[in-house]
Design a protein. Structure first.
Length: 162
């Protein structure tokens, strides 16, 4: 990994943490609005963003999550979702379509977070209710993030930044 890639990933991780911390009360539990999820779309532009995104999730969950189980389950959710999106990226080149697929992947995989909330946080809601509510909130956040990242990409070529 070259120094530029390392620095850009460090900046992504730091930005993920800062954005999560800014709206922390809304970024945890079953209905989430974690605007920092917008950084997940960076993977669509360059696979080198992978470690910065993962590091951002880890740091945010380490410092802000009400349960330390989030260190494992949050990172697992993000790692699995980014990896699936990278598989789709081998066949699909259109960035907006890939961001929409990424949104679906992250939202569907919220079953991981729902499991954590049910077992480790002890929420009384049924697993399916937790999965649906967290999945919908993730999907809404990721769709908003698609628009934001698309507009940023028009100004800054994200694939060349790293």
């Amino acid at each position: 990994m070259n120094i530029r890639t390392l620095v850009v990933n460090a900046v992504v991780a730091a930005l993920y943490f800062v954005v999560t911390a800014t709206i922390a009360p809304f970024g945890f539990l079953n209905i989430q609005f974690r605007l920092s999820e917008l950084f997940n779309h960076l993977i669509v532009f360059n696979k080198k963003y992978f470690f910065g995104i993962i590091a951002g999730v880890f740091i945010a969950n380490l410092m802000l999550s009400p349960t330390k189980a989030d260190l494992f389950f949050g990172v697992l959710h993000t790692t699995l979702s980014l990896s699936i999106t990278l598989l789709f990226a081998q066949f699909i080149r259109h960035k907006v379509i890939l961001m929409l697929i990424n949104s679906f992947v992250f939202s569907f995989n919220m079953f991981i977070i729902a499991y954590m909330l049910k077992i480790f946080v002890g929420l009384k809601d049924a697993f399916l209710v937790l999965w649906v509510t967290s999945g919908i909130s993730e999907f809404v956040t990721m769709l908003l993030a698609t628009l934001i990242i698309y507009l940023v990409h028009k100004r800054v070529k994200l694939e060349q930044l790293i």
